[in-house]
Design a protein around this ligand. Structure first.
Ligand SMILES: Cc1cc2nc3c(=O)[nH]c(=O)nc-3n(C[C@H](O)[C@H](O)[C@H](O)COP(=O)(O)O)c2cc1C
Length: 102
């Protein structure tokens, strides 16, 4: 198994232009994730790839090979696939500001 993209059949890369707000690709990636889930697909955000394709000769070659127009300050991959598992209930997360016991 590819430990970076988990062999997902689809990976979308959201990145910015020189003129955009750094939050733009993050907002777009989040909506794409929600859209994928609404279609019944499995999705996973990947922040680990973006920093590796910003600087240096190999990063530039990767960007050119994949039609990525420029390096950008912020960027996020979202991978999509067909889920093998179906969940019957969600995980109850603990956030510092939320008292779940109430
Ligand atoms: C911004 C962001 C970046 C992430 N980057 C990675 C990543 O590069 N590789 C990875 O395996 N998981 C990454 N994750 C974690 C997964 O997307 C996912 O949130 C995690 O596996 C928990 O999944 P769950 O909420 O279904 O339990 C990232 C999550 C977020 C929110």
């Amino acid at each position: 198994m590819n430990a970076v993209t988990y062999d997902a059949p689809l990976a979308l890369y959201f990145y910015g232009s020189a003129y955009c707000d750094p939050a733009d690709p993050i907002v777009a990636a989040t909506y794409a994730m929600l859209a994928g889930e609404a279609l019944g697909l499995g999705t996973c955000m990947l922040g680990g790839i973006h920093p590796l394709i910003q600087q240096g000769r190999k990063a530039k070659a990767f960007r050119e090979a994949h039609g990525i127009r420029s390096a950008s300050r912020e960027g996020l991959f979202v991978i999509f696939g067909y889920p093998r598992l179906r969940y019957h209930q969600g995980i109850r997360r603990t956030f510092a500001s939320i008292d779940w016991a109430r």
